[in-house]
Ligand binder design. Structure first.
Ligand SMILES: C[S@@+](CC[C@H](N)C(=O)[O-])C[C@H]1O[C@@H](n2cnc3c(N)ncnc32)[C@H](O)[C@@H]1O
Length: 261
């Protein structure tokens, strides 16, 4: 990012429309906890990050028997206990996030958040579900150890609008102004680039595989090893190319604005 800053500062200086001084700063630490002094910030914006939990729900791994056997996230076959464990982890984390930001926000301050969610309580269409299915196939072929898949759950959660609203209201530091969902194709960035031209499903599958690999490979490698990653994501690209012929593969995103209560 440092190589982009000089030209960014120059563009800010050249503006004549009364935009004030702008300071770019990096702050170490997790957003689940305090990052800035009290009453310090006028406006918070966070994009595409808050679906990451602070940790995998402990209930899923603390017993002798793995509760989300054969999956890396919630799927339609997961038991209600798995849904509940993920939801409760999200409620704890998001509530702590809201409390931390509200202490840092000045009175009258605003916060805008965008992150991935889900539309209906039981909608579980996500690339992670496809990855889970492929890992299961790879167990049958002896490429992945079953116990590794059984004990692994991603620290991620895609809430519904209602789940988000309930946490904001229960936590109480913010007054919700808007809360909406919008959809984005899994290959929306690629579609932007080609501007309406029709693309081959193989190219779309490969693009989606790369965009998922870049995010999830590091965490999957720790659990399943580097050796299977080429194979896993090559299978993933093929599977997505097939699926994309039959259904619109889209993320549900949540966007919300709120003021300090
Ligand atoms: C998909 S990127 C989004 C980056 C950027 N905001 C954007 O919209 O392009 C998700 C980011 O969330 C960050 N992240 C996840 N959990 C976090 C946490 N607890 N505290 C701070 N950053 C976190 C990751 O490090 C990653 O940079």
């Amino acid at each position: 990012m440092d190589h982009l800053l000089p030209s960014f500062y120059q563009r800010v200086q050249e503006r004549r429309d009364g935009v004030g001084a702008c300071v770019v700063n990096a702050t170490p630490g997790s957003f689940y906890g305090r990052l800035f002094p009290n009453n310090y910030i006028h406006f918070f914006q966070s994009s595409y990050s808050l679906h990451w939990l602070s940790q995998t729900p402990e209930e899923l791994i603390k017993g002798a028997k793995p509760l989300n056997k054969g999956n890396i996230y919630i799927t339609t076959t997961s038991s209600p206990i798995v849904f509940k464990a993920y939801l409760e982890q999200f409620q704890r984390d998001f509530s702590f996030f809201l409390k931390s930001r509200s202490d840092e926000l000045k009175v009258g301050g605003i916060m805008v958040l965008t992150f991935q969610g889900r539309e209906k309580a039981h909608e579980i269409t996500h690339p992670l579900v496809v990855i889970g299915m492929l890992l299961k196939d790879m167990i049958l072929e002896g490429l992945v150890e079953e116990t590794k898949l059984d004990s692994f759950n991603l620290p991620i959660y895609f809430p519904t609008m209602e789940e988000v609203r309930e946490v904001i209201e229960a936590e109480g530091s913010f007054t919700l102004q808007t809360l909406k969902t919008f959809k984005l194709g899994w290959d929306a960035n690629l579609q932007d680039e080609v501007n309406g031209s029709l693309l081959d499903s193989k190219i779309r599958g490969e693009f989606i595989a790369k965009s998922i690999r870049v995010v999830f490979e590091p965490i999957l490698t720790v659990e399943f090893g580097n050796e299977i990653m080429d194979e896993l994501f090559s299978r993933f690209a093929t599977k997505i190319s097939q699926l994309i012929e039959f259904e619109a593969l889209e993320y549900t995103n949540l966007v919300m604005s709120m003021g300090k209560a």
